[in-house]
Design a protein around this ligand. Structure first.
Ligand SMILES: Cc1cc2nc3c(=O)[nH]c(=O)nc-3n(C[C@H](O)[C@H](O)[C@H](O)COP(=O)(O)OP(=O)(O)OC[C@H]3O[C@@H](n4cnc5c(N)ncnc54)[C@H](O)[C@@H]3O)c2cc1C
Length: 301
């Protein structure tokens, strides 16, 4: 099967790209294996007209929008291989089926690994989150923990301070997460810091109650933020040789074009940092405009 555009990833970035390309009357295949990063959470906040919507509800509404456009096919498969061919790309799905396209959008998102702390998974997405803009409002003015083992410990804490002044920063044994200057500033602001290793998180049904340390101490905390380790959910960008940006995401220009001709990227895959659904959707739209205008230019010549 050969189409004009293939989109890999059916999150906000890929779905919005499919919508724009469908409306541009392009032959599109949207591949998705339905493993979004935000599947752990119950609500998506900060998306206009849909503030608080369930992540799956948002995707389902987007899929309904796309159904109006007959040139868009949604294919529930994982793409496991991609290779350049004359005038485009050949994709291989997990079941061995092959597809060809002229332009390819990588909207594959991220996957994340949480710090190695007993019980942390059950709280993530319920009372422990990675992005204050997404979930800070729900945690406002509560006693919060900020779990960060890396050099972003200070910036995440400074941000979290906007939502609660009752903060405990836990570096989980990492002595290098905060500089001396940062420690002084946190102290001046009344933010507590612990370098002790966390033994476990206590609570029930995803709602945090306390952080227990290996040294026997504990602190009552009803929620907080954690800094996960992010990586690409799919290696396809690297396999194609796309240049990466400073954050480790796929580098793009203002219309989503990567360093490899005919390959575009949008959403979390292009920025390895806490991002938002509405930004991913916007980037999907932008990349779709890039793909369509490049096809128009090539075909009009
Ligand atoms: C706990 C948590 C809470 C969040 N809360 C909010 C919030 O309140 N508000 C907000 O705006 N944002 C929130 N986010 C962030 C938001 O979910 C992401 O920024 C957004 O989903 C990124 O969209 P995307 O399309 O780039 O990637 P994703 O939504 O991750 O979608 C990528 C899709 O690509 C598919 N895929 C990957 N590789 C392949 C492949 N090889 N073949 C086929 N399919 C593939 C995946 O299965 C997935 O369906 C939250 C994230 C988390 C983890």
């Amino acid at each position: 099967m050969r189409m004009e555009c293939a989109i890999i990833g059916g999150g906000p970035a890929g779905l919005n790209a499919a919508l724009v390309l469908g409306r541009a009357r392009r032959q599109v295949a949207l591949f998705d294996d339905n493993q979004p990063r935000n599947a752990v959470t119950k609500h998506t906040h900060g998306f206009m007209t849909r503030d608080g919507a369930k992540p799956e509800e948002l995707r389902s509404l987007a899929r309904q929008d796309i159904k109006k456009y007959p040139t868009v096919r949604t294919i529930a498969k994982r793409i496991t291989g991609v290779m350049p061919i004359l005038g485009g790309f050949r994709l291989q799905a997990g079941d061995g089926s092959l597809y060809e396209c002229r332009k390819l959008l990588l909207a594959t998102g991220l996957s994340e690994t949480l710090p190695d702390i007993h019980g942390i998974r059950q709280y993530y997405g319920r009372s422990l989150f990675n992005c204050p803009y997404c979930d800070g409002w729900e945690l406002r003015d509560q006693p919060l923990v900020v779990i960060a083992e890396g050099s972003n410990a200070f910036s995440l804490t400074r941000l979290a301070y906007q939502w609660s002044r009752n903060l405990l920063v836990c570096t989980n044994g990492s002595m290098r997460a905060l500089t001396g200057e940062e420690l002084q500033l946190l102290q001046r602001k009344g933010v507590a810091v612990s370098h002790d290793r966390i033994k476990e998180l206590a609570g029930s049904e995803g709602m945090l109650r306390a952080v227990a340390f290996e040294n026997g101490g504990s602190s009552k905390r009803t929620g907080g933020f954690v800094s996960p380790y992010w990586r690409h959910a799919s290696p396809l960008g690297e396999l194609l040789g796309c240049r990466m940006n400073e954050s480790g995401g796929i580098e793009t220009d203002a219309l989503g074009r990567t360093s490899v001709y005919g390959v575009y990227a949008a959403g979390d895959a292009s920025v390895i940092a806490p991002a938002q659904a509405v930004i991913a959707a916007g980037e999907g739209s932008r990349a779709a405009i890039g793909m369509n205008s490049d096809l128009a230019r090539e075909d009009f010549a």
